[in-house]
Design a protein around this ligand. Structure first.
Ligand code: SF4
Length: 432
């Protein structure tokens, strides 16, 4: 993880190229990008990654803050936001799409104003956290997947839709430690509507694909667990997959030297999907009686892992913590954004989204303060809008990677007049 390096200016004095740049636009945090800055317009070389290009090459315009749709100075916008924060009895700090420093600032505000913190992807995050709290799990890291996994099962996801370079970086990587021939990996997909082309090995071997109905993944995992326990099934098919195909898959999983099953919380948008995550984690534990197998949760976009980590470091609790009583109170059901807004349980929404998603805050009767990058149009319901920079583009920062074992430095790749979220939080805290 080399620091980004700036090459000497090329023929045009306003053109610079940086190498080993870390990308903040999905939770893989690839740190091998090359970014060329031509007078503030960025061009990125990032393998086959439209997501990185959408983030880095987003049009950069200097835009003034707004109060009720009217352009104002930063000082006026901060003063208006302070008035709203002072008047609020129970604000919600939502979105939380930012870096470590930005999240520290938002937590300090929540602590000072008696607010609640929740991320825009909080519902999907809790599919994992509830499973982990209830049952525990055996998870592995991205480095272990890259260097050790000989069987990789994707449960209801193709990985590349949300993390475009996952196969390039972790499955068909040319080099690996411990002598693993990566192109001989067995890739398995479970589910329909997936882009399975990246699962074809460099030597043309097709992946195994079992097309279960996505919302019935839990039944399929249950059937695998029953077969693993030596039970017979009184059915010819489960969730649309023939039992003979399940037996074949089980044979592959039991034959793995280091198997990994990957799921993505946002790709399980079903009621009680934490029970599906629990079933996957139980299957992993049971497979470990016979071989080595691990789970891997491939979510974490829009800074949710960073927000969760900072909240845990500083308060001792995960997101969905309420500071209204003067101390942190954790309640993942009561403190969910959708429930709080629907029931008018908060009287101010401060919404932060600096990456690719969530630039339009959710509908609410409460006044809204929006911290987001320059936008073509701002939701007219926002009482105050303060344009901010994106970490890793407009300013330096740090974020937590998808496997939660490292945080990576982000680099500034252009001069920017936009303040960071942390900078705006500092200004607000000074005036509160
Ligand atoms: S896969 Fe993710 S981190 Fe890597 S370049 Fe693409 S968007 Fe950026």
């Amino acid at each position: 993880m080399n620091p980004a390096t700036a090459a000497p200016p090329t023929a045009r004095s306003d053109t610079r190229t940086q190498t080993s740049v870390t990308c903040p636009f999905c939770s893989l945090l690839c740190d091998d990008l090359e970014v060329t800055n031509r007078g503030g317009s960025l061009g990125v070389s990032a393998g086959d990654c439209a997501r990185a290009r959408a983030g880095f090459e987003r049009e950069y315009t200097v835009q003034p803050p707004q109060i009720g749709g009217r352009s104002v100075s930063l000082e006026e916008a901060v003063a208006a936001a302070v008035r709203l924060l002072r008047g609020a009895r129970h604000p919600l700090y939502g979105g939380l799409g930012t870096d470590v420093a930005g999240m520290r600032g938002l937590l300090a505000l929540a602590d000072k104003t008696g607010g609640i913190v929740d991320h825009m992807l909080g519902d999907s995050m809790y599919r994992n956290i509830l499973a982990m709290q209830d049952r525990g799990w055996i998870l592995t890291t991205m480095t272990e997947v890259r260097n050790r996994a000989d069987v990789v099962v994707f449960a209801n996801l193709d990985a590349v839709s949300d993390h475009p370079r996952f196969f390039e970086r972790n499955i068909w990587n040319a080099d690996s430690m411990f002598g693993l021939p990566t192109k001989s990996r067995q890739v398995v997909y479970l589910g329909e509507g997936l882009n399975t082309r990246p699962g074809i090995s460099p030597d043309g071997r097709k992946p195994l694909h079992l097309k279960n109905e996505p919302e019935r993944l839990g039944e399929l995992i249950g059937a695998l667990r029953a077969l693993l326990a030596g039970q017979s099934l009184q059915a010819e098919a489960v969730a649309g997959v023939r039992v003979s195909a399940l037996m074949k898959l089980l044979g592959i999983m039991k034959g793995a030297k280091y198997g990994v099953i990957i799921w993505s919380p946002p790709r399980l948008p079903f009621a009680s999907a934490d029970l599906i995550v629990e079933a996957i984690c139980d299957l992993v534990k049971e497979l470990n009686a016979q071989t080595r197998f691990s789970g891997f949760a491939l979510g974490g976009n829009e800074g949710i892992l960073t927000a969760g980590a900072v909240c845990a470091w500083q308060s001792g609790y995960q997101l969905r913590t309420d500071f209204g009583a003067g101390f942190p109170e954790f309640d993942p059901t009561r403190n969910a954004t959708a429930r709080l807004l629907e029931n008018d349980d908060v009287d101010l929404l401060m919404w932060t989204a600096t990456f690719l998603a969530g630039h339009t805050p959710p509908a609410t009767r409460a006044p809204t303060i929006l911290l987001a990058p320059p936008l073509p149009s701002v939701d007219s319901r926002c009482a105050v809008y303060i344009p901010v920079g994106t970490p890793g583009v407009d300013h330096r920062g740090q974020m937590c990677r998808v496997d939660n074992v490292v945080s990576l430095p982000l680099h500034q790749v252009r001069e920017s007049a936009l303040p960071s979220v942390a900078g705006v939080c500092d200004l607000l805290l000074q005036s509160l």
